[in-house]
Write a protein that binds this ligand. Structure first.
Ligand code: UGA
Length: 476
């Protein structure tokens, strides 16, 4: 299974790359590798998504990605295909990235069904007609977030696919490496081209070398870019064993989620003691050991990654008989943040029954239309249960939010959302929301004109001077 990699067999120019899964991760990876000059084919089983991409339309909102995709297609470096083309891609490529979703299963653990299905198909493809001509082993680079041991599981399933497709004596040359992804939605292209580090885990040296060479232009920051000046001069390449790379991904997300929950717990203490959490975050963040990023207090963390990854890590620990008191607290504090939003509304409105509440920003964070794990939807549900009506505004995710939550009225102008509302909640700190004119907001709203700033994004003084009843998290 672990083949040899004669160094002179492979020059960087000869790399052909396949990417399975054309979501945020797969598409950003594919488009960026095409930008670096590789020939890339992205596959997805969702025919509609592939048709849309072949027509040059990125099927979700992600800044800069559409431009990069268009350029890749024009230059002939980037193409798209359906699942039926997997065998063709496996035959002609050196590295196949697996970038399919690993959603949260019913018991909290990571659901590996998509990864398993792709692994089986790769196995079949490796022994399909024409694959005997492979000159070197296929590197299967797993970008999907899988628990420790996931890479070995993928190897076993590929092996099974090989035996199923080629008979009991069939053999195929492949190796699975872990290449966790750290890009953020909303800045996927930037994060892929200018990452803080590239992590690759494998249990043999050959595939690590292949991956290092594939990433050489990013490691050496040797590619053309519109970013001027370049944000980075070099990017560390961290090579580890398979298990450590898989753990790095979970540990990174769990740490960041914990950092946010930490500042949110401090923000509650700031409220009771009269301290200001923004000043506190600045004061501790300047300590290089702590760092100032991911210290914004507010509604808490959501999205498609932190909740499912923290949950999967807890589930994996449980399966090994370990307790995770710190992660448990991270989740509990985060759940408490939504309660704090409702409490702030109730405190100032007496009752929510019959009140109208505007939700400003609906996507789980700015610069994306992703609503997975979006606090807005949960807040709207709770408001509804308490007898209030909610009306939502979002510059990009409005239509999707209206579809996701029946009964949520959606409008496309923030002041229209505020019209006649007794209260508003800043849920997502879009520029359009941060730039709200408090005087116009107050003129549109109905008493008591409460503004709960769930992201500490607006200026308290100008809001109060404009006549709004302003409440935020951990500051006066
Ligand atoms: C996160 C990680 O940041 C990425 O490194 C990782 O690759 C990705 O998950 C993933 O596993 O795929 P993402 O979910 O796109 O990226 O969004 P973030 O920018 O990390 O924000 C996560 C959540 O934390 C959001 O709900 C955001 O509003 C919240 N947040 C973030 C805060 O409440 N406070 C902060 O200071 C920062």
């Amino acid at each position: 299974m672990h083949g040899m990699y004669p160094g002179d067999l492979l020059t960087v120019d000869s790399f052909e790359v396949g990417v399975i899964g054309a979501g945020y991760v797969g598409l950003a990876t594919g488009a960026c590798l095409a930008h670096l000059g590789y020939k890339v084919t992205c596959l997805d089983r969702d025919e509609e998504r592939i048709t849309s991409l072949q027509e040059g339309t990125v099927p979700f909102y992600e800044p800069a990605l559409d431009r990069l995709v268009a350029r890749g297609m024009r230059s002939g470096h980037l193409s798209f295909g359906g699942a039926q083309e997997l065998a063709w891609v496996v035959r002609r490529t050196d590295v196949v990235f697996v970038a399919v979703g690993t959603p949260q299963g019913d018991d909290g653990s990571a659901d590996l069904a998509n990864v398993a299905s792709v692994a089986g198909q790769i196995g079949h493809a490796l022994v399909s007609e024409g694959s005997a001509s492979r000159e070197r082993p296929l590197v299967v680079a797993n970008k999907s977030t899988v628990p420790v041991g996931g890479g070995d599981y993928v190897s076993a399933l590929i092996e099974e696919g090989v035996l199923e497709g080629g008979g009991a004596t069939a053999k195929a040359d492949f190796v699975v490496v872990s290449n966790p992804e750290f890009l953020r939605e909303g800045s996927a292209v930037y994060d892929t081209l200018f990452p803080d580090r590239i992590v690759v885990g494998a249990d043999s040296r050959g595939p690590l070398e292949i991956m290092r060479r594939l990433y050489e232009p990013i490691i050496g920051q040797d590619f053309p870019t519109e970013f001027d000046p370049r944000p980075k001069t070099a990017v560390p390449f961290v090579s580890t064993d398979l298990a450590s790379a898989e753990m790095i991904k979970y540990a990174a997300n769990a740490f960041l989620a914990t950092k946010i929950s930490f500042i949110n717990e401090i923000s509650a203490l700031c409220e009771t003691t009269g301290a200001n959490v923004s000043l506190v975050a600045n004061g501790i963040g300047l300590d290089g050991r702590i760092g100032s990023r991911f210290l914004n207090a507010g509604i808490g963390w959501g999205g498609s990654c932190f909740p499912k990854d923290v949950s999967a890590l807890r589930a994996a620990a449980l399966a090994y008989g370990y307790e995770t008191p710190l992660l448990d607290a991270t989740v509990a504090v985060n759940e408490g943040q939504l309660r704090r939003v409702i409490e702030k509304l109730e405190r100032h409105l007496d009752t929510l029954m019959g009140k109208r509440v505007a939700l400003l920003g609906l996507s789980f964070k700015p610069n994306t239309d992703d609503l997975r794990g979006a606090p807005s939807l949960e807040i709207a549900r709770q408001l509804n249960a308490l007898g209030a009506t909610s009306v939502g505004y979002d510059p990009v995710a409005g239509i999707l939010a209206g579809r996701a939550l029946q009964g949520l009225e959606v409008v496309f102008d923030p002041y229209e959302a505020l019209e006649g509302a007794n209260a508003a909640v800043v849920v997502t700190e879009w520029e359009e929301v941060k730039g709200l004119d408090p005087t116009r907001a107050a003129a549109s709203m109905r008493e008591p004109k409460l503004l709960v700033d769930g992201r500490n994004a607006l200026d308290p003084t100008s809001c109060r001077e404009a006549g709004l009843l302003y409440a935020s998290f951990g500051r006066e």
